[in-house]
Design a protein around this ligand. Structure first.
Ligand SMILES: Cc1cc2nc3c(=O)[nH]c(=O)nc-3n(C[C@H](O)[C@H](O)[C@H](O)COP(=O)(O)OP(=O)(O)OC[C@H]3O[C@@H](n4cnc5c(N)ncnc54)[C@H](O)[C@@H]3O)c2cc1C
Ligand code: FES
Length: 254
């Protein structure tokens, strides 16, 4: 992990309050899917860096894509970054996801879908079945990007305004028996992990989740991002930024 200077190559609005930014670096370490980066904002009043998952990357071009929702002051400042601007970025952070099986079911909810393309790019020898869910048609992102390299991509919207109507957890569970994946990888809000626990109850396939917590340092030093886990040796706390963000769902205390 290094603090590097990135050049903004592109920063455009891609859906309702959702933007995509491409950053170019002089050099890039190897990236695993579900790792993240921490951006220093070009606004001195905002001291804390903002974490975003590495949505996708191109190792040859030394570029990284970030797909972000505008939710507050920091992400608003990011929308103002123009082509050629420089940003300080710490990356790659976190443990990332290394699939062991061949057939992987990906499930993304809302901005959680932004974790998935890099998982596919980092593992070109695997077979991916992606299920992505959004509130409505205006929020749908990354469908085409995933479709380019996944065996199948299914979109669900809560209100049925695009793709299948319903929660993506239910839609993915309906498809599970036919696919019989070796592993399931999920990224979304905590409420979605609770739903996955319930919907996939009894399913033996290991489920990995990428957790999102409020963060301070992003590198394991401040303990702001603690999360409770239950393992064979008892309960304890882990740091989402350093020990995660990827954990086995069975181990996470929700
Ligand atoms: C490891 C990690 C990866 C992330 N990846 C992405 C991503 O790929 N795309 C994306 O859009 N967002 C992602 N986030 C969330 C993103 O970091 C926050 O949305 C962003 O920092 C908000 O900054 P802000 O200054 O605009 O908002 P603030 O003014 O700080 O907060 C505005 C609102 O956003 C909520 N918020 C702030 N930080 C978080 C957080 N960490 N988790 C949940 N809600 C938060 C606040 O509760 C508040 O309601 C990620 C967070 C983490 C920890
Ligand atoms: S954000 Fe500081 S330890 Fe995780």
């Amino acid at each position: 992990m290094k603090d590097r200077q990135a050049i903004v190559v592109k920063n455009t609005r891609v859906a309702d309050e959702i933007w995509s930014m491409t950053l170019r670096f002089d050099d890039l370490d190897e990236i695993k899917g579900a790792q993240f980066l921490d951006i220093k904002l070009p606004d001195r009043s905002k001291i804390l860096r903002r974490p975003f998952c590495i949505c996708d990357f191109d190792a040859a071009e030394k570029t990284v894509e970030v797909c972000y929702a505008v939710v507050g002051g920091g992400t608003k400042v990011l929308t103002e970054a123009k082509e050629g601007d420089k940003l300080n970025v710490l990356l790659p952070l976190g443990n990332g996801y290394s699939p062991k099986g061949k057939k992987i079911m990906l499930i993304g909810g809302g901005m959680g879908a932004a974790v998935l393309p890099a998982v596919v790019t980092a593992n070109p020898d695997k077979e991916f079945y992606a299920y992505i869910g959004f509130a409505n048609a205006g929020k749908v992102v990354l469908e085409k990007q995933l479709a380019d390299n996944c065996t199948n991509v299914t979109v669900a919207t809560d209100d049925g305004s695009y793709g299948k109507k319903g929660f993506v957890t239910t839609v993915a569970r309906e498809a599970y028996d036919a696919i019989q994946p070796d592993e399931i990888f999920v990224c979304g809000p905590e409420v979605m992990y609770r739903a996955i626990k319930k919907t996939f109850e009894g399913v033996k396939t290991p489920v990995y989740v990428s957790l999102e917590q409020r963060m301070g340092c992003g590198i394991g030093a401040c303990l702001v991002c603690n999360c409770k886990v239950k393992r064979a040796d008892g309960e304890g706390y882990v740091r989402v930024c350093k020990d995660g963000p990827v954990f086995l769902l069975d181990e996470v205390v929700l």
